[in-house]
Design a protein. Structure first.
Ligand SMILES: Cc1ncc(COP(=O)(O)O)c(C=O)c1O
Length: 431
């Protein structure tokens, strides 16, 4: 077991609402794919920055100087987290949606209308519509979608490879499907993109809390993720290779900086967002100290903070693999009786392939409406789950406009999973 009981307890204490909601109602929070709970130290850092350093940057007084410092520290924290040496390659924005629309517009200036974009059938619409918009405006000829292996919810890599040709200028893929939990083979896809000289863009929004994300090993040109999926407030980050950030011309106000990151940033920055993000990184740095005895020489080619962040995210990934195992084994055990409703899980269920998925599960229970399952999970087990459409194109591909989804992160526990499975079992049995 990567995390012992004491550590799990400490982690949960770092999240004021991990065990109970604001009313003191005990519940297991399984809706993390929609937004994660907030880390106390992120919220505190945000609050302090708001009060103490609310001045705008660029002044000579301490409040202003400190605001600039916090922003730089936050960018450095994001740079360490993604393993890029240069904080100026980290652009912040309102959301990943706004960052990708702005990026697609800037890229379109490089296109002639003859090119194509290759993406996949399991993207979030945030990583589809910026590119479809370019097609509508005659900036790209086609947006192509790589198919899924429908039975297992993975990418059909042969099809993806077939779609990429010399006219492909952008290959853009999610790091993990927010419906199926499947992780994309990003390194392989990146190689295919590079062979034809296409930009390789990664949507890391869903995957970000679940494991290490390294822009250098991926060799991606751009990568986006959002703070509210990583234990802090809204506001998102875009990594871009320096040369592209220098070269591309985004929508911009003429008096705004001419160099990155300011060139890509719309309006005045919120320093509190950066302070809060640094709080998240501090949490991972703390976590790495707690588990570092399990890591002897691993990641020793990275400098101190980067190594610590790798260790923390690796430990989280290993711990969460136990969640996936427990959930999938539990799903399998439920239909004990012949006449009990069947549970269908969309996505990888093979226990030997847990490293190919994040602990995000979309499922349905035969003959029981999604809302009924979700309501009963909540009322009878205190399980916060959701039934809906998560803006995932995969839901349209599977023709599931509504699906029950649970998504776990490192403050969840095996006990909560047991409670979930027990409640689901009793829902099935009462049918
Ligand atoms: C994979 C993925 N991409 C993009 C988004 C959208 O991110 P944002 O709300 O920051 O625009 C989400 C949100 O659920 C997501 O899961």
């Amino acid at each position: 077991m990567m995390f012992n009981e004491e550590l799990i307890d400490q982690i949960r204490k770092a999240f004021p609402r991990a065990a109970a909601d604001f009313n003191g109602k005990k519940r297991a929070f399984f809706d993390n794919g929609t937004a994660t709970l907030v880390l106390r130290q992120a919220a505190q850092a945000e609050n302090e920055a708001r009060i103490n350093w609310s001045a705008n940057v660029g002044g000579i007084f301490d409040e202003s100087r400190e605001a600039s410092e916090i922003i730089l520290a936050g960018r450095q924290a994001a740079a360490d987290f993604l393993n890029t040496p240069d904080p100026s390659t980290i652009v912040s924005g309102e959301s990943s949606t706004s960052l990708l629309f702005n990026l697609s517009y800037a890229m379109s200036k490089k296109l002639t209308g003859r090119e194509n974009v290759v993406t996949t059938d399991y993207e979030h619409y945030t990583n589809i519509d910026p590119w479809v918009e370019l097609n509508k405006r005659g900036k790209v000829k086609q947006v192509r979608f790589a198919k899924l292996n429908m039975d297992e919810g993975t990418l059909d890599m042969d099809h993806l490879q077939e779609l990429i040709d010399t006219n492909t200028k952008i290959v853009t893929v999610t790091a993990a499907s927010n419906m199926l939990g499947t992780k994309s083979p990003l390194e392989e896809i990146g190689k295919l993109a590079r062979e034809v000289g296409a930009f390789f863009v990664v949507d890391a929004v869903h995957h970000i809390p679940h494991g290490p994300t390294d822009v250098q090993s991926l060799d991606c040109d751009f990568l986006v993720f959002s703070g509210y999926k990583l234990f802090t407030s809204h506001g998102s980050f875009l990594y871009g290779k320096k040369e592209h950030l220098e070269d591309l011309q985004p929508f911009k106000v003429r008096t705004a900086p001419k160099t990155s990151p300011g060139k890509f940033e719309w309006g005045t920055r919120n320093q509190a967002t950066f302070a809060a993000f640094s709080g998240v990184i501090d949490h991972f740095l703390w976590l790495s100290k707690e588990v570092q005895s399990k890591y002897e020489n691993e990641f020793s080619n990275f400098d101190e903070n980067k190594r610590a962040l790798k260790i923390a995210m690796d430990a989280i990934e290993q711990y969460e693999t136990e969640f996936s195992k427990a959930i999938l084994t539990g799903f399998d055990d439920i239909p004990g009786l012949l006449d009990m409703p069947k549970i269908t899980v969309y996505g990888l269920t093979d226990l030997n392939r847990l490293d190919e998925r994040d602990p995000t599960f979309s499922f349905e229970v035969e003959n029981i409406p999604e809302e009924e399952v979700v309501n009963r999970l909540w009322k009878e087990g205190g399980i916060a789950a959701r039934a809906g459409h998560y803006y995932s194109y995969a839901q349209d591909i599977y023709n599931k406009q509504k699906i029950i989804r649970i998504s776990l992160v490192h403050y969840n526990t095996i006990e909560e999973i047991k409670l979930f499975l027990k409640t689901l079992d009793s829902i099935c049995k009462s049918r």
